[in-house]
Ligand binder design. Structure first.
Ligand code: ATP
Ligand code: MG
Length: 424
């Protein structure tokens, strides 16, 4: 029986992993520029943590979680809840009144797999805890914008405010009253949501539901003075930072914990799964999870979708996976022995070096050097060894120059490293 990867779980093959590494490198670099520290979290938590934070009546908790029922634990569907659990557990606020943390890793949701949607997917997640100023919202959003921009991906940014426990209930009430008038025309999901999670109806993808909510009351008309001025200040601050955005009053998030600012980065070329990343403020959540009364804001960027967008633009740049600096082609037993030591020293010198141990012909070995896209080939045969002169071939222009050997591999490697300079 042939065993294959399970549906919605994907291997990231060598040709592709280079792209992932590139994304991680850029993201880490930007995170560090903004003063964020990395936190690494376990992939499983008590189920209760997600039920209490994400919300019992959300799609994620209702039907998407991988829960080990007999143990009461769940594979994390997102990172914020775990990060806050760790933040509270280790009293991180005592170290630093404003904590900026990021984490990168896999998340798990039992969804229908399709392009840009998997059951194990990966997120770049960032959170700022302990600051409630609107400038902080703008700074965090600008950071996500910078990551996406530095990856060469074009997105549009949509923002909204979901208000707070002071002003949202009145909106919710009005919205439910409005939706009740159209109960029979709503899709079955939205009919159910009207009772359990009416805000979700606002971003239903069903064309009919979209038409119905077009004239629904707007959350923005219900914001209390504090939420209203916060939202305006976020907009002004984003303008100062030259981050373009549009206000989308229909944007709500699939997680209950959001308050005030929410945002989404949308890519035009992703089809149905158009959101590259999303986030928002969650004042009150930390206290609700048993921590101090601190506010917070965060986002998650979906790495699979970033990869898709990058591959659409630049395919060639990421192949082949590793470009060798030098391939040592050894011909003969003696030469092979010396080459093995030389290759080891070359690697110590910081060069990407490889050889073949199969005793193949020169032609076959040069072909292999080509497959690695090696910049140079160093050809050493038993004769060359005896004559103390190998041949260094520049694989780009096929120029060959003699490379003197003195049978001291360490010395030879230093000389060769100076000659061909390692690439990064
Ligand atoms: P979607 O609109 O795709 O349902 P979401 O609102 O459920 O997204 P969040 O929970 O906010 O998404 O996660 C942030 C980002 O993580 C998304 O914008 C997306 O890029 C990515 N993401 C979410 N779910 C998946 C998934 N099942 N497969 C791949 N990426 C995902
Ligand atoms: Mg979703």
């Amino acid at each position: 029986m042939k065993i294959q990867a399970i549906q919605g779980f994907k291997d990231i093959l060598p040709g592709e992993s280079v792209c992932w590494q590139h994304i991680e490198r850029i993201a880490r670099d930007v995170f560090h520029r903004f003063g964020f520290s990395e936190i690494r979290l376990p992939m499983m938590e008590e189920t209760e943590l997600f039920a209490r934070s994400i919300g019992q009546a959300t799609d994620i908790v209702e039907k998407e979680m991988y829960t080990f029922a007999d143990k009461g634990i769940t594979l994390r569907p997102e990172a914020t809840a775990s990060l806050l659990r760790a933040f509270i557990e280790h009293s991180l606020h005592l170290l630093q009144p404003v904590q900026k943390l990021y984490t990168i890793g896999p998340m798990f949701r039992h969804e229908r797999p399709q392009k840009g949607r998997l059951r194990q997917f990966h997120q770049l997640d960032a959170e700022i805890i302990g600051a409630e100023e609107p400038e902080v919202d703008a700074e965090l959003i600008a950071m996500a914008d910078m990551i996406v921009a530095e990856l060469g991906i074009r997105t549009s940014l949509e923002i909204n405010s979901l208000g707070c426990p002071v002003c949202r209930p009145a909106f919710r009430q009005q919205l439910v009253a409005y939706l009740r008038r159209y109960t029979n025309e709503l899709c079955p999901d939205c009919r159910r949501r009207t009772g359990s999670n009416p805000l979700r109806v606002l971003d239903c993808k069903n064309p009919n539901c979209r038409k119905l909510v077009a004239d629904s009351p707007s959350i923005l008309d219900f914001l209390c003075p504090d939420c209203g001025s916060h939202f305006e200040a976020v907009g002004r601050s984003l303008e100062r930072l030259e981050v373009d955005f549009t206000v989308n009053r229909f944007m709500v998030r699939g997680l209950d914990y959001y308050t005030r600012t929410t945002f989404e980065f949308i890519a035009a070329d992703l089809g149905a799964q158009s959101a590259v990343g999303a986030g928002g403020r969650y004042d009150g959540l930390i206290e609700q999870l048993g921590g101090p009364p601190l506010s917070g804001i965060g986002f998650a960027l979906g790495m699979e979708r970033l990869v898709l967008l990058m591959q659409q633009r630049i395919t060639a740049r990421f192949a082949p996976p590793v470009r060798l600096d030098v391939f040592v082609a050894a011909l003969g037993r003696e030469a092979a022995g010396h080459s093995q030591v030389l290759v080891h020293h070359l690697r110590r010198q910081g060069l990407k070096a490889a050889m073949d141990h199969g005793g193949r012909s020169l032609k076959a070995q040069l072909k292999q050097a080509g497959r690695f896209d090696a910049r140079y080939a160093l050809i050493i045969g038993d004769n060359e060894l005896e004559r103390k002169s190998a041949v260094l071939r520049n694989m780009t222009d096929q120029q060959q120059t003699p490379f003197p050997l003195n049978l001291d591999a360490a010395e030879e490697s230093r000389r060769l490293a100076l000659l061909i300079q390692p690439t990064d």
